[in-house]
Design a protein around this ligand. Sequence first.
Ligand code: ZN
Length: 250
Amino acid sequence: MKLIEKECPNCGASLSFTKEDTSCKCEYCKREFEIERDENKKKLEEQFNLLELKTPLKIFSYITFGTFISHFIVFLFVFAIIVFISFNIVKGLNDSNSIFNDNTNFVTTASDLSNNDYDTLDLNSRITILKETTGTTTEYMVKGDYKREKIYIISSKKTNILIPVYKVVYENVFDKSEEFKHTIYIPVEYRNIKSKNNSIAFSIGNGRIVADEYYFNLEHSDYSYGYPDMDTLYEKVIKQYEKDYKIVEK
Ligand SMILES: [Zn+2]
């Protein structure tokens, strides 16, 4: 049987095969090729084309018999995979502690709040109280400013709740004597508050008043939300968290 000679497309060494062969292998670089035949060509040698195998075998041949360059490429590839896997293992280990890690920027103590944060809370709360109580009183007006009486920082491993409480004094517009003054403690609730770069501004959404309606002058349908004193507020609002949450107050 006549042997056909061709140059190895990979290394240029001489490569021989018979007409019947469908594949051949370079003895020098050990690369395998598919033999494609085009009988329209006149010369026998020109009829044969050597194509690189497009099968997983090719990858296999790179790994086992490849040249230095291909070894190096495979090495880089394997190295990248190892780095990728190691990275994910480390990340996975961290993720398994993620409840703890996530908590690191959750506000859990008073010292997690900067002075700016208190201002942010007070401003938001003032807007919330105004929005949620506007129109509820006709005869009574808020006297002076809203004073933050206390802040409850309620946290579990998964979330936190900030409840600043504001002392609001309502006075009768027609009779400003002490007799008609009503002091109300209004708790405003914020959830999932995190601190980044020493600021909670990015995570503070809308607060909401957490109180049953506390009526102070039903006869005239004047009322506001809140509690008459801090003990009642604690009993009605904060106490429900005692079992599952850590409560810090300031
Ligand atoms: Zn070769």
